[in-house]
Design a protein around this ligand. Structure first.
Ligand SMILES: NC(=O)c1ccc[n+]([C@@H]2O[C@H](COP(=O)([O-])OP(=O)(O)OC[C@H]3O[C@@H](n4cnc5c(N)ncnc54)[C@H](O)[C@@H]3O)[C@@H](O)[C@H]2O)c1
Ligand SMILES: [Zn+2]
Length: 390
């Protein structure tokens, strides 16, 4: 030990988490044990629980608060009496408006929760992100039970270990890693989604299929018309497979808190996050991801990294799902390019973009060739002029 140091220690340590994920139907039916068991797993019962629900979900399911109270009342040894359900504006607004976030923190404070209590977040990915962030910073972390109510949240964001809000014009600039206590997906709630939100989640399914599972991609491509027509017989298995791949990546991928430069599941996202911001969030996350995937596949094909017929198959699959594969905002090359730079800064110096090299297999690249990106935009623009979306 150098004489200048009194103590010099490098001791690795690890912390163990359990990812509790349930796909179930009618989570608020008292005969459904998923929510009761998740709370009981905390040990400190009867537990206090503060509930936060997405306005859009409440509009579609107005009896949700009554049913939640009845559910908790059916298990008095597990749940302390639940106060009124707090309403959170649905969609990206709750991540863009700092007042909403401050209100969530205040409501958690006023509910007198402790670190053994639960925050129950019910809604789409945006509400789960904002409520999850408030829960993660209040008391330095209150247990979060997520009940995702959109295709995207059930297949992807609800299982994530990330929470956050937008700030300074940057998507998810404020946020943290905090694994949820439990994730309970209720398939019934998907029935009330508008068509555009229904389709959103399947772009994330295409993303993981292209990167990791060629058979899954073939199934998605074949089932795309049924999924678009909201046939649950084909749509639910697709969401479940997507969720499984995400879950596996988080628990077995070796870098759940994204400490390295690699960001394998961010395929298509360097441009998607920028496009959301560039379009003032007119383009929803799932739709921006579809455009981002189409762009990256076309780019990879132009560079000879990804077979062109496979790139065309991915773009055709997205289009068959009713997802956009081009947006006029792409024409702002300078701003789009800033998205790549922001992604590089976010990663910490070294750009690392995951691209497909075959269906079901990925490669990382560390630079983007601007001319080829612009050529990919031009190719997608020409395609969209020939084949209008829909
Ligand atoms: N944490 C992560 O790792 C992660 C990963 C991917 C995406 N995200 C985030 O997720 C968000 C997108 O999530 P999303 O696609 O779920 O959209 P969303 O949360 O914006 O919800 C879409 C709309 O659906 C409404 N809604 C929700 N459930 C409903 C239901 N059952 N019936 C009727 N309407 C309902 C909402 O009120 C909203 O208007 C983005 O902010 C994105 O950044 C986070
Ligand atoms: Zn995404």
């Amino acid at each position: 030990m150098p004489e200048t140091e009194l103590l010099h220690v490098d001791t690795p340590f690890s912390v163990s988490f359990t990812h509790r994920v349930r796909f179930t139907a009618d989570v608020l039916d008292p005969v459904n044990p998923a929510l009761r068991d998740a709370a009981a797993a905390g040990g400190n019962t009867p537990a206090r629980l503060a509930a936060f629900a997405d306005q859009g979900l409440l509009d579609a399911w107005p009896d949700l608060p009554r049913r939640l109270h009845a559910y908790a009342a059916a298990y008095p040894s597990v749940f302390a009496p639940v106060d009124a359900v707090h309403v959170v504006p649905g969609g990206e607004r709750c991540k863009n408006d700092r007042g909403v976030f401050d209100g969530l923190c205040r409501q958690i404070h006023d509910a007198q929760l402790c670190r053994q209590s639960f925050v129950l977040a019910l809604g789409g990915g945006a509400v789960l992100d904002a409520v999850g962030f408030a829960a993660a910073v209040a008391h330095r972390g209150i247990r979060l039970i997520r009940v995702p109510s959109t295709t995207l949240a059930q297949a992807d964001s609800g299982l994530a270990v990330k929470n956050g809000i937008n700030a300074f014009g940057r998507k998810n600039f404020l946020g943290c890693f905090a694994p949820p206590w439990a994730v309970l997906c209720d398939e019934r709630w998907l029935g009330t989604l508008g068509d555009a939100d229904w389709r959103s989640g399947f772009s994330e399914a295409v993303k993981v299929a292209v990167l990791k599972d060629a058979d899954f991609f073939a199934r998605l491509a074949a089932d795309a018309p049924g999924i678009r027509a909201r046939d649950l017989g084909v749509a639910l298995p697709a969401l479940h497979r997507c969720a499984q791949i995400h879950l596996h990546h988080i628990v077995a991928g070796g870098d759940p808190f994204e400490l390295t430069h690699a960001r394998p599941l961010d395929f298509g996202h360097w441009s998607a996050h920028k496009l959301e911001q560039m379009t003032g969030y007119r383009l929803r996350h799932g739709h921006a991801v579809a455009v981002g995937i189409a762009l990256d596949c076309t780019y990879a094909a132009l560079l000879g990294l990804f077979p062109r017929p496979d790139a065309q198959a991915v773009v055709a699959c997205l289009a068959a799902l009713g997802l956009p594969v081009f947006d006029p905002a792409l024409h702002d090359g300078a701003e789009l390019w800033r998205g790549a730079e922001e992604f590089r800064q976010h990663l910490g110096g070294t750009l690392c973009i995951t691209l497909p090299r075959a269906l079901g297999a990925a490669l990382d690249v560390h630079q983007l060739e601007r001319a080829a990106v612009l050529a990919a935009v031009a190719e997608l623009a020409a395609r969209s002029a020939r084949t209008p979306v829909g």
